[in-house]
Design a protein around this ligand. Sequence first.
Ligand SMILES: Nc1ncnc2c1ncn2[C@@H]1O[C@H](COP(=O)(O)OP(=O)(O)OP(=O)(O)O)[C@@H](O)[C@H]1O
Ligand SMILES: [Mg+2]
Length: 593
Amino acid sequence: MNVPIKQYAKLLGGYLKPQQGRVALFAVALLISIGLQVLSPQILGYFIDTSLAGASGQVLFVAALLFIGAAFLTQLLSVISTYLGENVAWTATNALRADIVEHCIQLDLSFYKLRTSGELLERVDGDVNVLSRFFSQLAIHTLGNGILLVGILVALFFENWLAGVSLTLFSLFALMILLSLHSFAVAPWTTYLQVSAEFFGFIGEHLVGREDIRANGAVSYVMRRFHQILQRWLPVYQKARFTSTILWSTSVGLFTIGNAIALGVSAYLWNQNAITIGSAYLIFHYTNLLNQPIERIREELEELQQVEASIHRIRELLQVQSHLSTGGDRILSQSALSVSCEQVWFSYQLAQQTASNSYLTPQEWTLQDISFYLPAGQVLGLLGRTGSGKTTLARLLLRFYDAQLGCIRLGNVAIAQTSLTTLRQRVGLVTQDVQLFQASVRDNLTFFDSTIPDTQIRQTLELLGLGTWLRSLPEDLDTQLDSNSGGLSAGQAQLLTFARVFLKNPGLVILDEASSRLDPVTEHLIEQAVDRLLNRCTGIIIAHRLQTVQRADQILILDRGRILEYGDRQSLLNNPHSHFSQLLKTGTTDFLV
Ligand SMILES: Nc1ncnc2c1ncn2[C@@H]1O[C@H](COP(=O)(O)OP(=O)(O)OP(=O)(O)O)[C@@H](O)[C@H]1O
Ligand SMILES: [Mg+2]
């Protein structure tokens, strides 16, 4: 095994420790139930022998009662131990899940760039589920079945040493055969799982893109791909089932051999007068009892390989460090924040560590030597063609990435010197993508911050012209929205994200093409709201269209990551040779040189 036991113990021990009491209780229940499983057949052996010897009905009656009692107790203990096992496992793995999710959320964006969300889901859900099975079934049952196996063999030795030796040898032989066959069955199942993952990935992707697929007439193409995957799936499944059937018939065959050995040994010993009929029955019964732990141990060793891979992947994920430093403890002022950018250089390749500093050509710097100063309360209009680096600059201000060179200050505090939480509380961002969550309207707006009173939420919605919409909701602020904009029009969804920023009362707000998807009426509502918002804080408005930046005090035009022009809006307007006034003539940044 690649992952030493010590590492399992370290990862899992931490999560099991808080539940010591329950773990101990569980171990006791498990051990007693194993003990009963081994001992209760003894009562049957005794029953047979004493009844043959002509014992009184009362003795037999007591023996029968004892046997029934033991069987009942065994079942009861198995219910208790299953309950405790699952409980311990889920408590531990939920804690692990929470740690993984928290860890992932805190990582910088370059981490997400390198991994798909499907892959992360698989880590948080798939791998952790495997681990929870490991806790609740594997660890416990492998151990339990191991003890049961040894217990049965010891009981057989007690009956007769010859029976003990021959059935111990048989058990070893059966385990060996079953385990060696296992590797032959694993490959087809792995292929099967791959094809099924591909199938579900395909379905998921196309369900999300259903509107585009229909709009572009790609339905028949999608159906053809669908059938192709299904056609590959069936033979792979048949092969996997076939190998499993072989494995199953081998194990049935092996246990028949085991029974034959038990019968042969018992017949021989009885002929020799070495054992009683009761003992002969016990040897046969114990041999049957052997099937279960041997079968189980084989299955569990198989699963252990999956667990090993999962633990490995989870540890790997937990070891990924954020490229962002945690920041200092400087606090940001509660009023509007000035923004100062000093010779900022940024490259995605360096942030994702796919290039080293010395190999970067000027084109590979997404932002080059960006400097500007925006006094508190003023508004900067950020213009530039698509891909010029406007959104990237916004990401740096929120520290989704750190600039490689230069410094950004908000209200005279370098953003690296304040905590990420403080920074993101004080800077509001409205992006092109509206992300709503499957939660109530209230939670979507406050981000689960229960300190924000309902009256404030209502006021904000009224302010944004969403009052009528709110009143039309069946359950007011408690109405559940679903993800993917939950039945809202694009404009309404966008207005809701505006409301979010309003409620946060930030010191700096960044609007990234925020009004580009709205109809004229909604846009007018937004315009008014933005004016009110910008009265309270500093603003950066990123826009393709020029009328959106009419309220700006300063204008900065980016071109391929460099500053093409920067200055006062009014003075740029007055200068007929400025890029800005030339842009105004064409009306759109698409004509930027
Ligand atoms: N996560 C990323 N990883 C690598 N490169 C990126 C990433 N995001 C953007 N880029 C690249 O950085 C450059 C600037 O992108 P950015 O999104 O900042 O442009 P933009 O000015 O906001 O464009 P638009 O007006 O289309 O929104 C582009 O060349 C883009 O391909
Ligand atoms: Mg952008």
